[in-house]
Write a protein that binds this ligand. Sequence first.
Ligand code: CDP
Ligand code: MG
Length: 821
Amino acid sequence: SESSDEEEQVNDAEKMKNDSTQSSEERDVNADEQIQNSLSSTETTAEKPPASVLINKETSLNVTQQPLSEPAVFIPVDRTPKIQEARLQLPILAEEQVVMEAIKHNPVVVVCGETGSGKTTQVPQFLYEAGYASGNGIIGITEPRRVAAISMSQRVATEMNLSHRVVSYQIRYEGNTTEDTKIKFMTDGVLLKEVQRDFLLSKYKVIIIDEAHERSVYTDILIGLLSRIVPLREKKGQPMKLIIMSATLRVEDFIANKRLFPNPPPVVQVDARQFPVIVHFNKRTPLDDYAGETFRKVSKIHRMLPPGGILVFLTGQAEVHSMCRRLRRAFPYRPNSNIQEVDAASHDSVEATRKFKKAKPKPNLPKINLDNYSAMPADEGDEDREAGVDDEDEIASDLDLDLGDGDDCEEVEKSDPSIPLYVLPLFSLLAAEKQVKVFRPPPNGTRLCVIATNVAETSLTIPNIKYVVDCGKVKKRFYDKVTGVSSFKITWIAQASANQRAGRAGRTEPGHCYRLYSSAVFADFEKFSAAEITRRPVDDLVLQMKDLNIEKVINFPFPTSPSRESLIAAEKLLISLGALEEPPKHGRFKELEQAKLTCLITPLGRAMASFPVAPRYAKMLALSKQHDCMPYAIIIVSAMTVRELFEQIDRPAVNDEETEKLRRKKARISQMQWIWAGQGPSLKLGDIMVMLGAVGASEYVGCTPEFCRANGLRHKAMVEIRRLRSQLTNVDEPVFIHPNSVLFKHLPEFVVYQEIVETSKMYMKGLTVIEAEWIPLLLPQYSHFGKPLDTPPPRYCPETGWVKCHQKSTFFRVGWQLPAV
Ligand code: CDP
Ligand code: MG
């Protein structure tokens, strides 16, 4: 199923929640008190924040005008001359001394610099050379995305000529850190988890929060926590540095927030070395088919414009894959074939050429050497063939748009459209060895074309990109106000993101950005995307923070605080759910406000904190476990999130007969639960039970479109419910038997595993074969699905570590580790 980068951030944090086994009692009580005081002591002041100190070459007053201090230590790094030369090209190298002086004299420093200026790869190296990782110290860098954590650790290791034992990474299930690790890249969720274990983060001498401009919730909370950890470390005589890195200059929330940092941290601004990028808007904005539009645009760029890499922004993994397939089919690259072979015109290409020649260019268009097009590679497949050949007007308008400037005319003639396109995908969950391909030069005689999610917007800089194609969309997490459960939706990006995307085209030479939307649509985009924390309900965050033993959440130094009302509302809700203890005088909310929201978390609250759903539903799930009806609760939570399960009945325009038909279908489906649920818990009638019946029945027959149509169900909704359910039961991915296991070749039907380890795949470890008939004997409570074993058993049997063999070597996990309540 489709995954986006945001999904992954959340998963890391969820894992963080699930892994947090250490209780507060295990911690040093004094340290706890200190932490509480420190997190709660600051009060909002009405004082106007002072202007931030901006440091760069011209205005680096408070740093560079002091005599430059000698670095205390200098740890030599043995870089190759080639790497050294490449580093010297990076803008941040020119600012090394300014950056390091600022860090030396300030506990917290903000570094701003355009994407590609070298922040992520170089600042850790500066710190390493200056001795910040000598002795027991570690330099930690957080990334909101896994792909950045992995690829940056590899890049830095290569640049420094050090092994992965020393420059390592840690993401959700995977990492290569060792006792020798000195520079550790990790996702923000991983560091948050470490804060739960060791609040003072004692092993780190420096923490770098990278990509802070993205304002992910976990990055924001980390900055809030670190703003208190840094002075505590100072007090303990074990100082730590905090460096906040941002790709934009929009950092007021960090520097002008007195509550966060009473002394505003200096900002080091790294000059951008950016070549001009010409932005081309579409005349029209395609409504839904931005994928088709993307394909057409890339095809045209490749056929008509001079050499230079193309970077395409789409929204998710599935979209990226399908675009790669389409483009590879249209412009095939075969590693060992010569270009002649690729050119051999198929019938399609001859036909395409004929049509293209027929399409007369408008008189005011630049002259185009059509002979070039006779060597154009074939478009394949009907849906692809329209690219640049069917629609005269479209060709004309595009040429007008792209090449209207007479100077480009010559370039067009120089271009060689016959070269194959070397198409590479790039998204967060792509295997690391595939990700790094985008940084290497493409094979000789090909043009690089990277199809990426917004991971390429600021986290990664792909070299030699001259053309950017921006679909203008992003997949974003949205929180349902009613259920609190999140889902992903595709929306327009913010203007700032559009400009970041465009900037990717001008890193090495002047470039072009093609926006697949009109300038009018662009004008309506929001300027910046709002900090995630202000866009969502906070009851789950408050629960998480209480789980971190932060009692006075209302005083927490958020970079951008959720409103007081929403914090109070969250706390009230959590008290009524039993996740927090009642305030003194038994839950009178007035007193609660006076008590400044200091309610303590209950054991049930801790259990609830481990579920990746809104607290209301977390409680439902936690209790359903006690009542042996968890599979039902999971379905209900998923179905309530998707809600519109049925085709509309209440439409006024629908005639009576049709309404009656749909009603009958609905009545029938509500009875189907019994077929499926067998001797489930005693169910009371109601809309919720109808939902349960509908999902159960549709799952029973494999969720087919035919079944849904026949029963008045929306197939799309049922598929969405299935996705959510698997997310909740932790079966979003198949798992495999590890080759080291003695069972590797045996392919048993059912096994129990001890743990899952993610390397190239999700592998099960510590396996024992079990017989299917043991399950009803040993776990009767999980065996009430009411069907004999020769029919496919449900995959959502909720027991930790039970897996059902599926297609030979692939297994589906059916378990979920539950904390004790
Ligand atoms: O963090 P920031 O965006 O400022 O830049 P960076 O990620 O440190 O990248 C600096 C340079 O290193 C860019 O020009 C990248 O193209 C290059 N780089 C690379 O060639 N290979 C990598 N695996 C990572 C970065
Ligand atoms: Mg970076």
